[in-house]
Design a protein. Structure first.
Length: 132
């Protein structure tokens, strides 16, 4: 196998993740220009739930697409996919503070990060139970 080649077992996860990230990108751009197609998720508290679920799914999918790779932060193993998506999430929330149709919110960021962590942990628990 070539360096950087996708393992056949991960190919489906990569494809599903790419499709899901395209969907999330569409939602983000739509919200940024003030044309979110799903008006319900713009209203509080539904927006917090949407952040939790949408970003949680992205965390799970990114972890699987990257072959459940871990990286080290000091002596602590950190899952690469959820870490990268968390960084994107923080950047995207900061970007909202300068966009005219958006507003940055610590509550939205907290809901997003909580979803990222919880879906990652839930996926790992499910994977361990499935293997045993």
């Amino acid at each position: 196998m070539k360096v950087g080649a996708i393992k056949p077992s991960n190919r489906v996860w990569v494809i599903v993740s790419a499709g899901y990230f395209a969907f999330l990108f569409f939602l983000m751009v739509s919200a940024d220009i003030g044309n979110l197609p799903i008006a319900l998720i713009q209203r509080s508290p539904y927006d917090k739930g949407a952040h939790f679920i949408l970003y949680g799914i992205a965390s799970y999918l990114s972890h699987r697409a990257l072959g459940r790779r871990m990286m080290a932060l000091g002596n602590y193993p950190i899952p690469l996919g959820p870490f990268l998506f968390s960084a994107i999430t923080i950047f995207e929330e900061m970007l909202q503070s300068v966009l005219p149709n958006r507003s940055a919110s610590l509550e939205d960021l907290a809901a997003s990060l909580f979803g990222i962590v919880l879906f990652y942990c839930g996926g790992e628990i499910w994977e361990r139970q499935r293997r045993s």
